[in-house]
Design a protein around this ligand. Structure first.
Ligand SMILES: [Cu+2]
Length: 194
């Protein structure tokens, strides 16, 4: 996109938001300051947040989850090891970025900024934190990626940064309240913007 158009759109964004003045003033030299202003307003500049997933007490599941903003959607990439072969697991964003409890209950309930019932991802109403079940392969590993339209990275009311991801023992049935009857928490990771 040309610099002239970027600036025109950035100026439009400033009409509805306070605090633009500071960003604009700092952007005298254009270049990188202009780019960061753009991302700040629109939240679509390829922001990435990652979670290092660690096992809860008595479990063995670990790995990494990456959230990457791409326009209006977020790509979620999941790599985990230590699950039972060919098992299926509920997988959600939980509201608190706190995995400190041995059973990860410190992460709280599902991330649910809209205060709606739990449900199936992509079929509203559902929690912003609802995501598809993970299926482990015959080695007990998950290497998958998918896309969601109801989360964001780095800005907005559904920003995943500062939340956590939880891998549950059982599959999410996508209907039981409040969490799909997916059982105890096998692993937890705090989501940090990178
Ligand atoms: Cu959960």
């Amino acid at each position: 996109m040309g610099r002239r158009l970027r600036w025109a759109l950035f100026a439009v964004g400033c009409v509805t938001l306070s605090g633009c003045e500071t960003v604009h003033d700092a952007a005298d030299s254009v270049g990188s300051a202009a780019s960061s202003g753009w991302n700040w307003v629109f939240g679509s500049g390829g922001e990435v947040a990652t979670a290092t997933v660690k096992p809860t007490q008595g479990n063995n599941v670990s790995g990494k989850v990456e959230f990457k903003q791409a326009g209006s959607v977020v790509h979620v990439k999941v790599d985990l090891v230590g699950l039972a072969p060919n098992s299926e697991h509920g997988f959600h964003v939980h509201e608190r970025g706190d995995c400190s409890a041995p059973d990860a209950m410190s992460a709280g309930g599902h991330f649910n900024p809209e205060g709606v019932p739990h449900g199936m991802y992509a079929h509203p109403p559902h929690h912003a934190g609802d995501m598809p079940n993970l299926k482990a392969d015959d080695k007990g590993e998950v290497h998958t990626s998918f896309e969601v339209s109801y989360l964001s990275v780095g800005s907005g009311g559904s920003d995943v940064a500062g939340r956590s991801v939880i891998v549950h023992r059982d599959p999410d049935d996508y209907k039981s309240q409040p969490a799909g009857n997916s059982g105890p928490r096998l692993a937890c990771g705090v989501i940090v913007e990178s």
